[in-house]
Ligand binder design. Structure first.
Ligand SMILES: [Zn+2]
Length: 231
């Protein structure tokens, strides 16, 4: 399944994607290696974005559903795990020669960059994490959605994927779209104190199954776990 075939399948599959724009396939170069990519713009105004299908995705590909983060993705911030997760995901997809990246316009956990910045500021003022900052600002701690992303992945004809994530919400969204999920955890180590606190806050507040790095866990490296299979 590649190139124009992917587009034809996508076009004629599940409803709700009328008006989506298609592009490619074309050659994409990164870190000295090349891979072919087809682009699908997702028209949903709430949690739209784009989906990139790399190589011959087959029937059980690596999939990354990623929410936009300017600080992490483009600026390499140490304060969150977004940049590392995207980098690691693309490394794995390129190493395998195939995979799917859904990139959603859900900056700042859906609140936008200005509110994210306010959240950081409030966190600095009161010594609280970004989830509590959002609450103090009257925001939902996480207003992202993944149902459009899940439907887009399903529209590629996929019924089983290896999902590159530590976020159970993404697994649930794909499962609800009729896709069997084999989660592939991403081990992240963040250098800044805020970044370390952020990873811990994601574990506590959002039940993310983030592998514990040695520094955070006092030198004891724990195995990755998943809900229902807790340590
Ligand atoms: Zn981020």
């Amino acid at each position: 399944m590649q190139g124009l075939n992917v587009i034809a399948d996508f076009d004629s599959s599940l409803g709700g994607f009328a008006g989506a724009s298609y592009g490619g396939p074309h050659i994409f170069s990164r870190k000295g290696r090349q891979i072919r990519v087809s682009v699908f713009e997702l028209p949903d105004p709430r949690d739209g974005g784009c989906m990139l299908a790399f190589g011959d995705i087959g029937c059980h590909p690596l999939v990354r559903i990623h929410s936009r983060c300017l600080y992490g993705d483009a600026l390499g911030s140490d304060d969150c795990d977004c940049g590392q997760e995207l980098e690691r995901s693309m490394d794995l997809i390129q190493a395998e020669g195939a995979g799917v990246l859904v990139y959603l316009e859900q900056e700042g956990r859906g609140a936008g960059l200005a509110w994210k910045a306010r959240g950081y500021r409030v966190g600095e003022m009161f010594g609280i994490d970004t989830f509590d900052s959002y609450r103090r600002l009257g925001l939902r701690v996480d207003s992202r959605h993944y149902d459009v992303a899940a439907r887009a992945v399903r529209a590629l004809g996929l019924t089983r994927v290896r999902l590159l994530t530590n976020n159970p919400d993404k697994c649930r969204a794909l499962a609800e779209a009729g896709i069997e999920v084999d989660p592939v955890p991403l081990t992240i180590t963040l250098a800044s104190p805020r970044g370390k606190r952020y990873l811990q806050a994601k574990r506590v507040h959002r039940h993310h199954t983030i592998p514990v790095d040695d520094q955070v866990d006092n030198g004891r490296r724990r195995t990755w776990w998943w809900p229902g299979r807790r340590r």
